[in-house]
Design a protein around this ligand. Structure first.
Ligand code: SAH
Length: 392
């Protein structure tokens, strides 16, 4: 295996098990290393530190193991077994009321660059690094073995997540089995999940627990579910006894799926209506009929350079909600941008609240669920932040 040698003093973060090697830490490397290759990382004292996937860019290696071990069939199986055991131990894998969950959350499961979501009998796999792309069949075979009898289909969806410059021309498709979409179950609510055409892996499993909390706040309330996608929060609100629920998303396809999901869960229920419209326009034109508002926008900042712009975006949409929400209203507001930290998000929401002049209290601070674990040595893995606010 080819080797990458670090500069003196640049091995500290690896000794603390941080799973990335930055290009600036590298003294020299063996010739002929290509993106996606397995490489060994060696200290300036010539000691083995880690083995991982080589990358082009500021992150030069994503570490798979801090042990000098072969990255073979057994390695992949073991990593997936650990991930599967974790989901069993938190009551998700094998649950009767939920069959949609995240099995692998990248660095959080010591598998940097890999995402696997499970929807009933289908696994949707996404590679974010060339290394994981190269190893995709190894992962698929290991998954088939580890989840034998549960997973029958593996869909590989990496067209838009692989580094664009790598020019892999990868097309999405099945690595195992087939099929189109499925009806997944989350806390006994049903959702059409369409991994072929849907966003991300087809569904946002990361909001499961926050949706459950919303259910408890919904009785007799008039609810606006902004950025609804396929309606996740809306059905929990309906089950919780909401008076009316309006779901809004700019994507017509998302609104169609939301309406299909209404028919699955609450056929003919006239409390629900869905609108395909831009959030800023809708928030501008809407009245003051809502006393429970959910704001779950897409990642406004995909990169650090976009941070300022993103914070303005969060401030603007939250200001609109504060301006219009009924007295005694509840606001569920989120950010899923990794580049925006908890404090920055809170400051943006705080600024919006101050602008409205309303009295606002924080009731809950929300985060990603346990099937999106954060590797303690990789704090960057924390991405989902939310606040539940009481607006006087
Ligand atoms: N809350 C959803 C997930 C939201 S993902 C759930 O629980 O499943 C973000 C959604 O915002 C996407 O569906 C996307 O289509 C939508 N979106 C993006 N930009 C928008 C805009 N300007 N106005 C309204 N919706 C938008």
């Amino acid at each position: 295996m080819k080797k990458i040698y670090l500069k003196k003093g640049k091995d500290e973060s690896l000794k603390r098990f941080h799973p990335w090697v930055f290009s600036g830490a590298i003294a020299h490397a063996d010739k002929g290393i290509e993106e996606g290759d397995l490489v060994q990382v060696i200290s300036s004292e010539n000691q083995f530190l880690a083995v991982g996937h080589a990358q082009i860019g500021s992150i030069a290696v994503r570490v798979l193991s801090f042990k000098d071990e072969p990255i073979d069939e057994k390695f992949w199986e073991h990593r997936l077994e650990v991930a599967y055991d974790l989901r069993k131990s938190i009551g998700l894998a094998g649950s009767e009321h939920t069959n949609a969950y995240r099995l692998v959350h990248g660095e959080g499961d010591n598998l940097p660059g890999l995402i696997i979501d499970i929807y009933d009998r289908t696994a949707v796999m996404q590679a974010h690094s060339v290394g994981m792309h190269v190893n995709r069949m190894d992962v698929a075979h290991a998954l088939q073995k580890v989840m034998n009898g549960v997973v029958e289909n593996i869909y590989y969806k990496s067209e838009t997540t692989l580094p664009y410059k790598a020019n892999l021309n990868q097309e999405d498709g099945y690595l195992l089995g087939g099929g189109g979409e499925c009806i997944a179950r989350e806390n006994n609510l049903l959702f059409h999940v369409d991994w072929l055409q849907g966003q991300k892996t087809g569904f946002f499993v990361d909001q499961r627990e926050n949706r459950s909390l919303l259910e408890k706040f919904s009785k007799n309330r008039s609810v606006l579910n902004m950025f609804c996608y396929t309606g996740g929060f809306s059905f929990y609100a309906m089950r919780g006894g909401a008076k009316l629920v309006h779901s809004v998303d700019s994507s017509q396809r998302a609104i169609d799926l939301t309406n299909e999901n209404v028919e699955l869960n609450f056929p003919g229920d006239t409390r629900h209506a869905a609108f395909a419209e831009d959030a800023f326009k809708y928030l501008d034109r809407m009245g003051d009929q809502y006393d429970l508002i959910i704001l779950d926008p897409p990642a406004f900042a995909k990169h650090r350079d976009a941070l300022h712009h993103a914070l303005q975006g969060y401030r603007k949409i939250n200001a609109k909600a504060f301006e219009k929400i009924k007295p005694g209203g509840i606001l569920f507001t989120f950010s899923c941008s990794q580049a925006v930290n908890k404090d920055q998000f809170r400051l943006a929401v705080f600024t919006a609240a101050a602008q409205s002049g309303r009295s606002v209290k924080i009731l809950h601070q929300l985060h990603q669920p346990a099937d999106h674990p954060i590797n303690i040595y990789h704090p960057e893995g924390e991405y989902l932040k939310g606040l539940v606010l009481y607006v006087e």
